[in-house]
Ligand binder design. Structure first.
Ligand SMILES: *[C@@H]1O[C@H](CO)[C@@H](O)[C@H](O)[C@H]1NC(C)=O
Ligand SMILES: *[C@@H]1O[C@H](CO)[C@@H](O)[C@H](O)[C@H]1NC(C)=O
Ligand SMILES: *[C@@H]1O[C@H](CO)[C@@H](O)[C@H](O)[C@H]1NC(C)=O
Ligand SMILES: *[C@@H]1O[C@H](CO)[C@@H](O)[C@H](O)[C@H]1NC(C)=O
Length: 583
């Protein structure tokens, strides 16, 4: 069942097939019903459906809904929503600055593939430690990466999306590195040395700078490349239409149903059904993918095993041996470490397979049912978000009995209750856009609205994860969503002081050409940066799924595998019931 939703998010080809099949099945049903209720109706309805482009897999309905150039970047999706206040506009500018990505040098024509970054021709070298050939725990390791193109010429500009990891399979250790773009074709990857023994560097090019530029263009110019649909039904009549949050500026004067959230002003529209009223909407579901999106030239920038997530080799050794911390210098170093504020500190690292956060909290291992139950006794846990949040619910429901609410497991809502120990746990998916099987309109709730319905307090834990269904939209859509959630959280913390709020960040996913268009890690990185910036200083706990999936040896997957989920749950439980001895 996890797999189903994974397909919905990642396996675009497969999902499209499923949707089309389901759609055809439904269509056939509609067809039958209509055939019995009269030929006039039948003819009329076929015309309606064709007009909406639902039988045209090339997304004809959207071809005419695309905005005309010049594209009004950053206003395309937001112009119909509420005007931002001056403070919000200021924050928008700040956030856009925080996610700014180096621009490619201007060129008259698109860059041919052979002049783009090639991980195979690129190299990294490990720099000696403070001029010596010896590393100690507490030092920082630096790898210098030189990017080259397919002809072997050095790149002269930045913008490649690289990720770095330092790890030791024998020790079950791993940490995410920080990549610094020198904007001249070279990059530094920085790693704190946190364990003694072997440590190996792996540097991966996720996308070339040229590919990132294409993704950036898609995000701004093709905001409806993932689109949605709703079923409308009244009596024996049903119709399906297309739904989107971002109306093009030159949207044709086609009748619309406006489902904009009245509290938050977040936009949502469906094409108005021909025969039924807007009130007859009964669900929200994944619609399809706008195609084609890439030119032939652009498609070459997104080739598995060639330039999507390919490892960069080293020109020398790729591993070092880390000696124990120098005893005589420990005191001196601890003061210098503090002074070296530019030194990179990750949010944690794995050692012997267990996640150890840096900076405060120590993680306890909740490895049996009684320790988990004891930790959660008297608590009510509200989980909101996408399927990456549902994974936590599923993990914990092995210890807290969940019961069948006769809902689709993917969609929920889900509930688990330990009557004896007074533990209640809920899961609910976030509001549209959500790329899954049909969600009934009765369950289509916005997280901000749900939070406004909570009293809060020291026994309440609120957990959310909202990212995977937002990757295809202009960043404003995400900023708006999170702004309203943040406002609701602030109200909740005022109403119920002591409420524990835990936010799960985005994680790395498996990528090929198709998934890159909608769900690239680059989109997630941008979303993640916005999330962290917006919730900084609010006293909320972050579960850094980004680093936890980068630092781990498991292959990337939209739904991280059980060992990572276990580490995440241990981390949140350590915040729910901190070790009294230590704190
Ligand atoms: C789908 O729509 C496009 C654009 O309007 C058109 O070129 C194409 O022929 C249509 N395909 C089908 C199968 O109707
Ligand atoms: C690129 O910039 C870095 C940092 O400024 C510098 O150390 C390096 O020598 C430069 N490399 C080239 C090839 O210019
Ligand atoms: C949709 O409704 C919202 C809220 O009532 C309104 O602000 C917005 O202008 C409407 N959109 C259109 C296209 O009429
Ligand atoms: C569970 O974790 C504790 C430490 O938190 C450890 O002492 C114990 O051996 C572990 N039990 C199992 C079954 O792994």
């Amino acid at each position: 069942m996890l797999k189903t939703e994974q397909e919905a998010l990642v396996n675009h080809g497969g999902l499209k097939g499923i949707i089309m099949c389901r759609y055809r099945a439904k269509y056939a049903l509609i067809f039958l019903i209509l055939a019995t209720s009269g030929l006039m109706f039948l003819l009329r309805n076929i015309l309606t459906l064709e007009k909406l482009g639902w039988r045209n897999s090339s997304g004809a309905a959207f071809a005419q809904m695309r905005p005309a150039p010049p594209y009004q970047t950053h206003t395309f999706c937001s112009h119909l929503g509420l005007e931002p206040t001056p403070d919000e506009a200021l924050e928008d500018r700040y956030l856009l600055k925080a996610i700014a990505w180096p621009k490619l040098p201007a060129r008259p024509a698109p860059v041919p593939l052979h002049q783009t970054s090639d991980p195979v021709h690129s190299l990294f070298t490990l720099l000696p430690s403070k001029g010596q050939k010896e590393w100690h725990v507490g030092d920082q390791l630096e790898a210098l990466v030189h990017m080259h193109d397919f002809l072997g010429s050095p790149k002269r500009h930045g913008g490649d999306f690289l990720v770095a990891r330092l790890h030791s399979p024998v020790l079950g250790a791993g940490v995410a590195g920080q990549v610094v773009d020198h904007l001249n074709g070279s990059y530094s990857a920085l790693f704190p040395l946190l364990w003694g023994g072997s440590a190996q560097v792996t540097i991966t090019m996720v996308h070339s700078s040229e590919a990132v530029a294409v993704l950036q263009r898609l995000r701004e110019e093709r905001p409806n490349r993932v689109f949605f649909k709703s079923l409308f039904r009244s009596g024996k009549l049903s119709e399906t239409t297309t739904c989107i949050p971002c109306l093009p500026l030159n949207y044709p004067q086609q009748p619309l149903c406006n489902y904009t959230n009245l509290h938050t002003g977040e936009p949502w529209y469906c094409v108005k059904p021909e025969l039924l009223s807007c009130d007859a909407r009964i669900n929200h579901a994944m619609g399809g993918y706008e195609n084609p999106l890439f030119t032939n030239q652009e498609a070459l920038l997104f080739q598995s095993r060639i330039n999507i997530k390919v490892i960069i080799h080293t020109s020398g050794p790729d591993r070092i041996n880390v000696l124990p911390q120098k005893i005589d210098e420990t005191e001196l170093e601890s003061s210098t470490i503090k002074a070296e504020s530019d030194k990179y500190t990750p949010s944690g690292y794995y050692y012997q397979g267990a996640w150890r956060p840096l900076g405060g909290t120590s993680v306890r291992q909740f490895n049996d049912s009684s320790s988990i139950t004891q930790c959660l006794t008297g608590k009510v846990i509200h989980m909101y978000g996408d399927s990456t949040m549902r994974q936590w619910f599923e993990y914990l429901s092995a210890f807290i009995p969940d019961f069948n609410l006769h809902r689709t497991k993917n969609v929920g809502p889900l509930m688990a209750l330990d009557f004896k120990n007074n533990i209640l746990m809920n899961y609910r998916c976030h509001g549209p856009p959500i790329r899954i099987l049909p969600v009934s309109t009765s369950e289509l709730r916005y997280v901000a609205d749900e939070l406004d319905g909570l009293a809060g307090g020291p026994d309440t834990v609120v957990v959310f994860s909202i990212w995977a269904h937002f990757t295809s939209f202009p960043i404003e859509v995400y900023i708006r969503r999170m702004r309203h959630i943040r406002q609701a959280l602030v109200r909740l913390l005022d109403r119920g002081p002591g409420t524990l709020v835990i936010i799960r960040s985005a994680n790395f996913v498996a990528m090929d050409q198709t998934t890159s268009k909608h769900s690239s890690d680059w989109f997630s990185l941008q979303i993640d940066t916005v999330l962290r910036t917006m919730f900084k200083g609010l006293g909320v706990v972050f579960v850094d799924a980004w680093e936890m999936t980068l630092a781990h040896h498991s292959p990337h997957n939209i739904h991280p595998p059980p060992p990572i989920i276990k580490n995440m749950v241990n981390l949140i439980l350590s915040h729910v019931c901190p070790d009294k001895k230590k704190s």
